[in-house]
Every structure is written in structure tokens, then in C-alpha cells.
Design a protein around this ligand. Structure first.
Ligand SMILES: Cc1ncc(COP(=O)(O)O)c(C=O)c1O
Ligand SMILES: N[C@@H](CCOP(=O)(O)O)C(=O)O
Length: 523
């Protein structure tokens, strides 16, 4: 039994407490692909053929949540809130079961894990554990977030988890875009937007809503969950809340988000307030409201969210078989995600899964660039800006709540901040789409940063580079339509591909096709 492990040791029928002996003495076990079979049936009607075997992982009348409940285990891992970057002499901390978003001094909080407990297992152990859970349907480990549960919310009961099996998103080799436009051979797009609600926000929201589910069961005074949003946080919040039957309230800046994003919380039954201000105005209001009413704050000011988002970084390492890329480029708005990526990579280094971390690049729209200006000033003085309208509407944010987290992350990984004008980001998006992607304008911002850093020789042709695609392009079709119709004032739309209007006439169709084929024929 010495091989008992975190991996659903749950599938041991008579479970013992997890660490009833010194874990250092435990041999990391090989995790089987098929974990267990409780019955098999031979089909007599097919007796001349090879027997068809029907396997049940659990009794037929039991669902996966009930199965997880039956195999419930205690854990010795734990996490708590501490003031962000407070140093070792700070004694301030809070249980994750408290409703708290700020430290006593008004600063940000961070979720701190008991690293000593986690370090009792070596890097190989964690790598093997995480790898063993990928692509299964075991509750809750089928999720790319909860497959790292010990590093996310170790103490939550699996029964309280609200998950859509998010994460495990495609890491796409951008072969043609890399070769044709960048002269690069090792360029990758982490498609975080190919997900349940179409953006990376699902990764953090499963964690936050799961914790709210737990808090409500603990009878904490919470009636609903609320956020300010530029369209993606609201979509994720409303979907996860709807799934758990928890009321959600979303504050949206009027006429500043795409139609697809607006309809998401409406369809999911959220209480939607369209407010005549920008995102920063909505953010201010939701902070004031959540201080007065029993509404839990779901924006990334709440550090729980970042615990889920950091798993995208771990997943990238995992997808490269635990080899570290040279660069990871992330579009930045409220600036929680850039820190989440840093934290995920750093934990992997500290716990021995990898020996270094990548350099991070945070990319902003030039129309909403407070971090870029701060970086360019040599980190001298931060000034919030009035964010102007941008096609990258989800990052139209002038006063990011996680500014301190972002600066910390960038300073500690030799990071860079870049910006993209409207024309640059739309051109980059169109170029990427023309090589078979269908990305969002925010990913266009990140690709612009890549183009600029490649042109300056900072990123080299063979550097392994990951661009994080944060939302699905289908949420932003209007901007693509405008671009390809050459309808954007003062923009050349160099890569537009407008449809050709042609008469319903054989000769006319043949004419345009012949011209097209002549243009395309190899010279
Ligand atoms: C699609 C998209 N990309 C990027 C971001 C930026 O993420 P963050 O606010 O964590 O910087 C957001 C939200 O702000 C977003 O919705
Ligand atoms: N792009 C975000 C802006 C809010 O970010 P958050 O991570 O602080 O919730 C959105 O989609 O609302």
C-alpha cells in the first residue's frame, strides 16, 4: 500500500488518510491508464466474434460526483490569503473561507500555498500526477484546472466544485504564420479561448464559483456573485453560477462590448446592468456595491481567480513535456492574467518540475496602455489613463486593479511590455486568420508584440515562443466584418479579403474564377 498517492488513490476501495506515513518514503507510483473496472460483461450474441467487454468504472446507478464522494480523502495541503508581496515578517493572513478582498492596509491579497507540504513530493512526482489526469472524466480531475487541485484549492471538497471540465486547451503549432510572417519555426498559440464560454476566464471562474458554493454551504451571508466586465468575465461568471444555481449580477459598460458577449450572461440568466460608463467606472461601482450587499466580488481583484488562471501556465509546460518555452506573450487589461502566468511558472520551478521560467511579455492596446507607459518610464511613476475605444474591447481598461501584481511578475522574469495600435492589432489578427486561425483582437495585440520583438531581434527565429490567445474569435465577428469590408476610417486594412459580388451568370462566375486562379497559380 506504500504506493498510495494523490492520484485518485481515491480509487482504492478502502481509503486511508493520504499521508499516514512519511511521504518521502512513498515510491511515486506508475499511474495506470485504466484506473479500475468494477464489472465486465461478455455479449453472448457475439460469441463467434472477439468478446465485447463492457466496462464500468463505477456502479451503473452512480454518477461521477457521487463516485468522487465515495472516495473522498483528507489532505495535508492548505492555502490561505496573505497580503500580496508583504515579506516574511508579516503575520497577517486570512482563511480562504473568509470574505476578504484587500489586506488591512488596503493592498492586494495573494493565495499562499503551504509550499513545505507540497515540497515533500519531488518534481517528478507532480509531473507524473498531473500527466496521469489529462483527458479523463474522473471528477473533478478531468478539468485542466482541477487536475492541479492540490496547487489550486487543496482543501475544497470535490463535491463543492463547479466545473465544466475547462482547461486542457489546444496548444497550436502556428507553422504557417510562424514561417511566412515571422521566419520562426517554433511558434505556438495557446488557445485559451477555445473553452466553455470562449475565453480564459473559465479557468479562474470555476475556482471562484466553487469556493462560493462552499461558502454558501457553510452559511456565509452570500446571496449572489457580481462582477464588472468588458464581456468575458461576465460570460464566465454567469455560466458557472447558472450551472450551480447561484444568482449572478454583472455590470457592463453600455455599448462597449460585443453583441456575442452581451448575450452570454443574458442567456445564462444573470441580472445584467448596462451602465452608462466605461469598465473602470463599472469596476468602481461593483467594489462599492459588494462592500454593502451580500454579493461576492468575482473580478480578479479577488485572488482566488488567479489560482485557476495560473494552471494555463502549468498546462503549457505539460504540453511541452515539461520543457520550458523561451517566451510567453499575454495580452493585458486588468492585469490579473500576466501575474497568474508568472505564478504558475514560478510554482513549477519552486517545486522542481522545471528548472527555469520563461520571459513574459505583456501586450497592451495603445489606446489603453497604462502598464506600457509605466514600463517605458523605467517603472518610475504609475498613472491610470482614460482608456480610449479599441477593437480589443475586452482590454479597454485604464486603471488596472492588478497593476502591482503585473509589475512584480514582469520584474521577476525579465519581462517586457509592448503596445499595439489599432491598425497593427487588426492587421496582425487578419494575418493570423489568413493562416487558418480565427483569433480575437486581443490576440492580435499579443501577435503585434511578437512582430515588434522579432523585428528588433529580441525574439530570435528559433526561440520557442507561446502567444496566449485569450478569447474565441467568434465573439468578435463585427470587428472582422468591418476590417474585411474596408469600412474602418483611417485604416488601410491591408489584409482584407472582401467577398466578390457577382451576377448569377455562368460567364460572369467563370470570369472572376479565371482571374482568381491566374493570380494564385504558382509563378
Ligand atoms: C479576451 C481578453 N484578453 C485579455 C484580457 C486581459 O486579461 P487581464 O485583465 O487579466 O489582464 C481580458 C480581460 O481583461 C480579456 O477578456
Ligand atoms: N476583460 C475582463 C475585464 C475584467 O477582468 P477581471 O479579470 O478582473 O475580471 C472582462 O472580460 O470583464
Amino acid at each position: 500500500m506504500a504506493s498510495s498517492s494523490l492520484v485518485q488513490s481515491s480509487f482504492i476501495s478502502n481509503p486511508k488518510p493520504l499521508f499516514y506515513q512519511n511521504p518521502k518514503l512513498l515510491t511515486p507510483r506508475r499511474f495506470p491508464t485504466v484506473i479500475s473496472c468494477t464489472s465486465s460483461t461478455l455479449d453472448p450474441a457475439q460469441s463467434n466474434n472477439p468478446p465485447s467487454v463492457v466496462k464500468h468504472r463505477r456502479p451503473a446507478d452512480e454518477n461521477i460526483r457521487e463516485e468522487a464522494r465515495r472516495h473522498r480523502q483528507s489532505t495535508t495541503f492548505s492555502a490561505k490569503y496573505v497580503p500580496f508581496n508583504a515579506g516574511t515578517d508579516s503575520s497577517e493572513w486570512y482563511s480562504l473561507d473568509e470574505i476578504v478582498y484587500r489586506s488591512r492596509s488596503g493592498g492586494l491579497l495573494d493565495v499562499e500555498h503551504d509550499m513545505e507540504s507540497l515540497k515533500k513530493f519531488d518534481g517528478a512526482y507532480w509531473r507524473e500526477l498531473f500527466d496521469s489526469r489529462v483527458g479523463k472524466t474522473t471528477w473533478p480531475y478531468g478539468s485542466g484546472v482541477w487536475s492541479k487541485k492540490e496547487w489550486v484549492l487543496p482543501e475544497i471538497d470535490s463535491d463543492d466544485i463547479v466545473s465544466a471540465f475547462e482547461g486542457n486547451s489546444n496548444l497550436f503549432w502556428a507553422e504557417r504564420f510562424g514561417k511566412q510572417y515571422m521566419g520562426m519555426s517554433d511558434l505556438w498559440i495557446k488557445h485559451c479561448g477555445i473553452s466553455h464560454t470562449g475565453s480564459f476566464k473559465d479557468l479562474g471562474m470555476t475556482v471562484l464559483v466553487s469556493q462560493v458554493n462552499r461558502l454558501r454551504k457553510l452559511k456565509r451571508p452570500l446571496v449572489g456573485v457580481g462582477c464588472a466586465s468588458t464581456g468575458d468575465t461576465s460570460a464566465a461568471l454567469s455560466a458557472y453560477c447558472a450551472s450551480a444555481g447561484i444568482p449572478s449580477i454583472v455590470f457592463l459598460p453600455s455599448n462597449k462590448i460585443s453583441m456575442a458577449q452581451l448575450v452570454q450572461p443574458i442567456a445564462n440568466g444573470a441580472f445584467v446592468l448596462s451602465i452608462d460608463t466605461d469598465f473602470d467606472g463599472c469596476m468602481k461601482l461593483i467594489r462599492e456595491v459588494t462592500a454593502e450587499l451580500p454579493i461576492y466580488l468575482a473580478n480578479s481583484l479577488n485572488s482566488l481567480r488567479l489560482e485557476g488562471q495560473k494552471t494555463a501556465a502549468i498546462e503549457i509546460l505539460q504540453q511541452f513535456d515539461w520543457e520550458v518555452p523561451d517566451w510567453v506573450i499575454v495580452p493585458g487589461g486588468n492585469l490579473g492574467n500576466i501575474y497568474a502566468f508568472y505564478k504558475g511558472f514560478k510554482m513549477c520551478q519552486e517545486l522542481g518540475l522545471v528548472d527555469r521560467i520563461p520571459r513574459l511579455v505583456c501586450a497592451q492596446a495603445a489606446n489603453a496602455n497604462p502598464l506600457y507607459l509605466y514600463y517605458k518610464s523605467g517603472w518610475k511613476e504609475f498613472n491610470a489613463v482614460k482608456a480610449n475605444s479599441t477593437f480589443a474591447s475586452a482590454i479597454q481598461i485604464g486603471d488596472p486593479v492588478s497593476i502591482d501584481r503585473a509589475v512584480y511578475a514582469l520584474k521577476n522574469c525579465d519581462g517586457i511590455v509592448e503596445e499595439a495600435t489599432e491598425e497593427e492589432l487588426m492587421d496582425a489578427m487578419a494575418q493570423a486568420d489568413s493562416t487558418g486561425m480565427f483569433i480575437c483582437p486581443h490576440t492580435g495585440v499579443a501577435l503585434t508584440a511578437l512582430i515588434k520583438l522579432r523585428n528588433r531581434g529580441i525574439i530570435s527565429p528559433t526561440d520557442r515562443t507561446v502567444v496566449v490567445s485569450t478569447a474565441h474569435g467568434l465573439k468578435f465577428t463585427q470587428s472582422k466584418i468591418d476590417y474585411h469590408s474596408n469600412k474602418i476610417p483611417d485604416m488601410a486594412c491591408r489584409f482584407s479579403n472582401p467577398p466578390v459580388q457577382v451576377k448569377a451568370d455562368f460567364g460572369a462566375v467563370m470570369d472572376v474564377l479565371k482571374k482568381y486562379l491566374a493570380d494564385k497559380a504558382p509563378k
